[in-house]
Design a binder for this molecule. Structure first.
Ligand SMILES: Nc1nc2c(ncn2[C@@H]2O[C@H](COP(=O)(O)OP(=O)(O)OP(=O)(O)O)[C@@H](O)[C@H]2O)c(=O)[nH]1
Ligand SMILES: [Mg+2]
Ligand SMILES: [Zn+2]
Length: 339
């Protein structure tokens, strides 16, 4: 290790005074700051300044470290000792049926929900992703790839549909073959800010990284005719620094995105429903079959698409079921307590 680590302004990807403040308590004697670029089989690759990357074990307190995390490491022991509080965190439910969260990316300033135009764009999946992105604290953007595989009518329809459900988020269609749209996407990035890319396997996340970088930093999936099945080319999330200090966090494709507690994210994603709800007769209206429901009324006059209300109900119920289990679990210790 070098001894040139200045704790006040190290040359780390995305370092800010805010990060310095969040790490201060972890930087006890002998510890240095770092940013996790990759986690693999319980070991973390940590950027420690310049081009230095140190492979570290993790202490018990830091075993849940993920790519993008700011950490305090013990360079002599090659060990991550503490994780700084996350400014943003992209968190899903570990698996349907599991009652624990799983963080896929930490400290992203923006998260791109990446979808392929071919075999087809799903606004319902996008809404689910937007709930998690809003809950994460990051700014959502939507990227529609493989524009070369559909005609312009189909592309424009998908852009319109994505724009309608993302309420003001930037929507960019790209063709990774000839690079169309990549400059539009690049213009949304800021030096020092981290863009995480999430989405199903095979939609082209790593290819976007390579186009933005102008060289092959990440392995891309092979083209197999007649087979659009996910092949999971990227196996671990990875933080990359491009020239110009643009930070990208490429993640492995995920098939299912079950929701963890994301009530604020749900409200932000469905701000249209939230604002209609202010005119419901009952302040605790569930927008199911209550009289005087302004949300249901809006579907009747087509100002709110029925599929959107259905989507909202589905996500609400999914989280409601999780809530019920978690509440029950929290109550259990009290029950066995002697009266
Ligand atoms: N025609 C076309 N193919 C694309 C485009 N973008 C990506 N691909 C191809 O789609 C395949 C999958 O791309 P990847 O970048 O590996 O997909 P990924 O989202 O990173 O997949 P995982 O790492 O498995 O999550 C590769 O064969 C790419 O060359 C595009 O805009 N047009
Ligand atoms: Mg990939
Ligand atoms: Zn209502």
């Amino acid at each position: 290790m070098t001894d040139q680590h200045d704790h006040h302004a190290p040359s780390l990807p995305g370092w800010t005074s805010e990060v310095a403040a969040s790490l201060r308590s972890g930087l006890i004697e002998g510890r240095i700051p770092g940013r996790v670029v990759r986690v693999d089989r319980g070991e973390a690759d940590v950027a420690t300044g310049g081009d230095d990357v140190m492979r570290c074990r993790t202490s018990t307190a830091a075993k849940d470290v993920v790519a993008g995390d700011w950490v305090a490491i013990d360079p002599a022991a090659e060990r991550v000792d503490a994780i700084a509080p996350r400014r943003t965190a992209f968190v899903r439910r570990a698996a349907r049926g599991a009652h624990r969260p799983q963080t896929l990316a930490a400290n992203a300033d923006m998260v791109a929900a990446v979808h392929a135009l071919q075999p087809g764009f799903s606004p319902r999946r996008l809404e689910r992703e937007l709930v998690i992105i809003h809950e994460s604290g990051a700014t959502p953007i939507v990227v529609l790839t493989k524009a070369d595989l559909v005609d312009s009518v189909e592309r424009d329809a998908a852009v319109e549909s994505a724009t309608a459900v993302s309420l003001g988020a930037a929507v960019v269609a790209v063709n990774n073959r000839d690079g169309t749209g990549i400059d539009t996407l690049r213009a949304l990035l800021r030096p020092g800010a981290t863009l995480a890319l999430i989405g199903a396997s095979g939609v082209g996340k790593s290819t976007i990284v390579n186009r933005l970088a102008g060289r092959e930093l990440m392995r891309e999936g092979e083209i197999r005719a007649g087979d659009s099945k996910g092949r999971h080319t990227t196996t671990a999330a990875r933080l990359l620094t491009l020239d110009g200090d643009l930070l990208l966090l490429d993640t492995p494709g995920v098939r299912a995105l079950a929701l963890w507690e994301s009530w604020d994210g749900l409200a932000a994603t469905f701000a249209d429903i939230e604002s209609l709800a202010e005119r419901c007769r009952f302040p605790d209206c569930l927008h199911d079959d209550e009289p005087g429901c302004a949300v249901v009324a809006a579907t009747a006059d087509a100002s709110l698409p029925t599929e959107r209300l259905d989507s909202w109900r589905k996500l609400r119920d999914e989280m409601g079921e999780l809530d019920a289990v978690l509440t029950e679990r929290d109550r259990r210790p009290n029950r066995s307590r002697p009266r």
